[in-house]
Design a protein around this ligand. Structure first.
Ligand code: ZN
Length: 316
């Protein structure tokens, strides 16, 4: 219990630091106003949370570099969600989102993709930006775009990050409808499944095209819409991303299906009337081909909401 600024305090801090007793070391350093010593001590002893707390408390200017140091420390340990939480608390949404997008890339490289996990990650991205924009509305000091430009990211993540800033929920929507279509298919709602799968074409930035057209092909085949099915197969066979062996498989499968069931227009494509121009359009259209009106998609059924008076939205 020494006085403030006692000459021995700094030395005592050093002794505690070498002994690995972070709390006492920090206390000693703080008593002699050696804040940078205290922070370095925390960093050396891996007490990152204390380091950042101190930096915030004493308004240390290079808190950013401290954050990044801690993030790379966590990265080495593959503690991705801790990094996200760290950045979220520091109000660095773009950094948090880019970490999440890196996880997404990692998952997509695996053979066995878990779409539910991807959806959850995209939902988290959506929430991050929602939280950020709520904050921005409260105090308009910060400009999302300028903070985006300030951060330097690798080109690839920057592009997907821009997508995320632009439409933070789109990735979550993509995997939501991807899962919904498959659930409808398994539950026997084959017509609904086919129509939901058609919407996935808009999400080919997020979902692999091969997966999308496979699903459309399968759903339309089960639904006996062989005209659509053949279109899906034409797409699959012309994809650049697949190997020639797979292309052959698709071709053979197409031949075996369509010799038995010729790809005619099927009867069961039901029509609906556009509310605005009264044209009869396919009931799964999200954009009226006649008047270009856009209809929002229902997340529960995967169908376009043609009459907005009848929609129900959660108030939150
Ligand atoms: Zn119309």
């Amino acid at each position: 219990n020494m006085e403030v600024d006692h000459p021995l305090l700094s030395e005592i801090g050093r002794v505690f630091e070498t002994a690995g007793i972070c709390d006492y070391a920090v206390e000693a350093y703080l008593k002699c106003h050696k804040i940078d010593f205290a922070i370095t001590c925390c960093v050396n002893l891996n007490e990152w949370k204390t380091a950042i707390k101190l930096a915030e408390e004493y308004n240390v200017p290079d808190i950013d570099s401290l954050l990044h140091q801690y993030a790379s420390h966590l990265l080495a340990k593959e503690k991705y969600l801790d990094i996200v939480e760290l950045y979220r608390k520091a109000n660095r949404v773009n950094d948090a989102a880019s970490v999440l997008l890196k996880i997404v890339e990692k998952i997509k490289q695996k053979d066995d993709i878990n779409p539910l996990l991807l959806k959850k990650i995209y939902v988290l991205i959506g929430f991050l930006y929602e939280e950020k924009s709520a904050l921005l509305r409260e105090n308009k000091r910060e400009n999302l775009l300028s903070s985006l430009l300030k951060d330097d990211h690798s080109v690839n993540t920057a592009a997907s990050l821009f997508k995320a800033t632009d439409q933070p929920w789109k990735g979550a929507e993509a995997y939501h409808f991807y899962i919904l279509a498959q659930r409808q298919l398994h539950d026997g709602y084959v017509d609904a499944a086919m129509k939901t799968s058609l919407h996935l074409i808009d999400y080919d930035d997020y979902i692999d095209s091969e997966d999308i057209y496979c699903l459309i092909g399968l759903a339309s085949c089960v639904n006996h819409n062989f005209k659509l099915c053949s279109k899906a197969f034409i797409k699959l066979e012309s994809l650049d991303s697949i190997e020639s062996e797979k292309r052959k498989d698709y071709q053979n499968l197409a031949v075996s299906i369509f010799t038995k069931y010729p790809p005619r227009e099927s009867k069961n494509m039901s029509k609906a009337e556009c509310r605005y121009c009264e044209t009869m359009i396919a009931d799964w259209c999200v954009v009226c081909p006649n008047c270009n009106t856009k209809f929002p998609l229902c997340v529960a059924s995967g169908r376009p909401i043609m009459d907005s008076a009848q929609q129900w939205t959660c108030k939150k």
